[in-house]
Design a protein around this ligand. Structure first.
Ligand code: NCD
Length: 304
């Protein structure tokens, strides 16, 4: 049985297969509308979410399936002290596939070892978020027509930003990607990711603190929110939260075909004035997430 815990669980060929399926879903939605008839997806969300949970639910509904689940730990038996292992063992009796978000790094991995059905990591603490990466990859392909040969800037909270970790892991398998890592000193990309995904693979990368100076080089700019919930103290969060704010004047020196991505939610990192710029891709990116989650559900349920 196949799970999706880490983006590296999928080969480059499998990523391509998901992208191809998602594109086919976009062109022929009717063909897919009954593919998961009689199947149930459980969304077990122990942490807040809007896009990830609702796009998973919409994805399953558009495949003709049903959904059940909870959207906060407080409304599940976790609040009575039940372990993740027990929760998934039980949910395996009620659902055919599980999407789980949890504040503890590794919780979905533990769940996958105990579950009798496929488990999808929908975000585990400050660690990984592979299905956001699927949305990001489809967005880059649709906007740029390729996943190789480009300069990608990652800006904001690269330390706790799980979407950044997973996307760097995925991109590390494509040719000739240059990485520009833009963050305050305190929120730099963790050493283990830098070592495994960039240094060992001989990738071209640099770490900078200034966004404006590097904007002209970028083909893709991946903005992120400072992850307040992962901070140990509020004063540090307040000091760092507005480190970067992307505005229209800052984009004047950017390439005309720059693609601006953001996993959302946005707090202050991108001025709303940027939303109307054709280079802003983040709302299209959220929609792409639904198509890729449809493709992923089909793959893990082995629906032809
Ligand atoms: C991200 C997450 O949960 O890590 N959101 C999402 O799933 N689109 C990013 C974030 O919360 O900042």
């Amino acid at each position: 049985m196949k799970h999706l815990i880490d983006i590296l669980d999928l080969s480059v060929e499998e990523l391509q297969e998901l992208i191809d399926t998602a594109k086919d879903i976009i062109s022929n939605p009717a063909k897919y509308s009954e593919k998961c008839k009689g199947k149930k997806l459980a969304t077990l969300f122990f942490e807040p979410s809007t896009r990830t949970r609702l796009s998973f639910e919409a994805a399953m509904m558009e495949l003709g399936g049903n959904v059940l689940g909870f959207s906060e730990a407080q409304s599940s038996s976790a609040s009575k002290g039940e372990s993740v292992s027990d929760t998934v063992k039980i949910v395996s009796c009620y659902a055919d596939i599980i999407a789980m978000r949890h504040p503890k790094e590794g919780a979905p991995l533990v769940a996958s070892m105990r579950a009798d059905v496929p488990v999808i990591n929908a975000g585990d603490g400050g660690h990984n978020h592979p299905t956001q990466t699927l949305a990001d990859l489809l967005t880059i392909v649709r906007e740029k027509g390729r996943l190789d040969n480009m300069t990608v800037g990652f800006c904001g909270d690269l330390k706790f930003g799980r979407t950044v970790h997973s996307l760097i892991g995925a991109l590390s398998r494509y040719e000739n990607i240059n990485y520009v890592l833009i963050s305050p000193e305190e929120l730099k990309l963790p050493e283990y990711i830098k070592d495994e995904m960039l240094i060992k693979k001989g990738a071209n990368f640099k770490e900078v603190t200034d966004l404006e100076g590097v904007i002209p080089e970028l083909d893709v700019l991946y903005m992120t929110r400072v992850q307040r919930e992962r901070f140990f103290n509020e004063a540090d969060y307040i000091r760092l939260k507005d480190s970067y704010v992307l505005t229209l004047p800052k984009l004047e020196s950017a390439k005309s075909d720059l693609s601006i991505l953001h996993p959302l939610p946005r707090v202050n990192e991108i001025s709303v004035a940027v939303d109307d710029d054709p280079r802003a891709c983040y709302f299209r990116q959220a929609l792409n997430g639904k198509y890729m989650r449809m493709a992923l559900i089909l793959k893990l349920l082995e629906v032809k």
